[in-house]
Design a protein around this ligand. Structure first.
Ligand code: AMP
Ligand code: MG
Length: 344
């Protein structure tokens, strides 16, 4: 008999519930994005986020159940993003998972939100064999993992300051573009690149010469370069498209460099890239090109909806962990940290 599972996501600014079959087939997915509530503040306001999760989450569950058309008897587990994330937000999803577990006697599977971002590719194609490299580029993370197995990730590279998504958001703010910054910065860059004839030098300094084995991200220098450039221009002379294009190119060069280093260091040539920034078409192209050049096996969520925070990734990873016997006690804790020191 097929096993169905529920996935609950409420770690940040998307409330989402999904139902999957056998961890691979998506039956229903509902996402409520809070972007409009946070946009006036140009960042996620934790208190607004948790209130909004509370308002929407039950409704999304009802809609999901109706659309998937499965009975409670067919559902075998409830998976929930338990870390990392905003505490107040995580607690809303956790409470729903506890209620479902109590009422329907289902095991609760605690999911690492970051791992779920990587494992979501399993909803689109056959997951590669472990170990793989996992590259997370989101609003809160720029990190590289050695992904050993479901539930077992080892951090091998991280950012010293901002995440890539944050850098997009801040550059967008410097240019008076909307929040979140990724989509408008990408749009301006694409428009500029489609119109520009001939190659102009980058407005920003080249990356420092590659040295050492360390896999490290840092975007503060690039952000400062954008700030100084914007300050040096008048409203008329500022070429927003060129700034966006040069910013993206430099940032993506660092991403590719770090993947190259991680491959060299570990000898692993299978790479899963994921997180909100993977919605960016230029990044996807650069990764495709480099993976062909370097003969890496590249995976990333082809569907942009799978790049966003969503319950489908939680339900899908939850399936594999449930199969491994994960079953959290009702009094489990959630955590803002990337590691959960919790019984699972
Ligand atoms: P997440 O933390 O995974 O929800 O991802 C959200 C982050 O992804 C935000 O910082 C967005 O600015 C960024 N983002 C979303 N779409 C794009 C895009 N097309 N290009 C670059 N960054 C993006
Ligand atoms: Mg989000």
């Amino acid at each position: 008999m097929d096993s169905f599972g529920i996935g609950i996501e409420s770690s940040c600014d998307e409330t989402s519930v999904a139902i999957v079959k056998e961890g691979r087939e998506l039956l229903s997915l509902k996402i409520y994005s809070q972007i409009e509530s946070h946009a006036p503040y140009r960042g996620v306001v934790p208190e607004l986020a948790s209130r909004s999760h509370l308002e929407k989450i039950n409704l999304l569950l009802e809609e999901c159940l109706e659309e998937a058309n499965v009975s409670w008897e067919q559902i075998k587990y409830v998976a929930v993003s338990a870390y990392p994330g905003l505490m107040g937000s995580l607690m809303i999803g956790a409470q729903l998972a506890r209620c479902i577990s109590l009422v329907h006697s289902l095991p609760i599977v605690l999911v690492n939100h970051l791992e779920a971002h990587l494992a979501v590719v399993g909803l689109e194609e056959e997951l590669p064999e472990f170990p793989v490299l996992g590259v997370l580029l989101s609003g809160g993370n720029s990190s590289v993992y050695l992904y050993h197995d479901f539930g077992k990730m080892e951090l091998i590279g991280d950012t010293m300051d901002d995440s890539l998504g944050e850098a997009f958001d801040k550059v967008s703010s410097l240019l008076d573009l909307p929040y979140p910054g990724g989509p408008p910065v990408e749009k301006e860059a694409v428009l500029y690149e489609s119109k520009s004839v001939g190659k102009l030098p980058s407005l920003f300094p080249k990356l420092l010469k590659e040295s050492g084995e360390e896999i490290q991200f840092s975007f503060s220098g690039l952000k400062t370069a954008v700030l100084y450039h914007v300050k040096s221009q008048t409203k008329e002379s500022l070429d927003v498209g060129r700034v966006c294009s040069d910013f993206q190119k430099t940032a993506f060069e660092l991403v590719i460099r770090n993947i190259r280093k991680a491959v060299k260091k570990t000898g692993i040539r299978t790479v899963i890239c994921a997180g909100g920034v993977l919605a960016n078409g230029s990044l996807r192209n650069e990764l495709e090109l480099e993976s062909k050049r370097q003969k890496w096996k590249l995976f990333y969520p082809r569907k942009k909806i799978h790049c966003t925070d969503n319950g489908a990734m939680v339900a899908s990873l939850g399936y594999h962990l449930w199969k491994k016997g994960y079953n959290a006690p009702l009094n489990f804790k959630v955590s803002p940290k990337r590691n959960l020191t919790n019984t699972i």
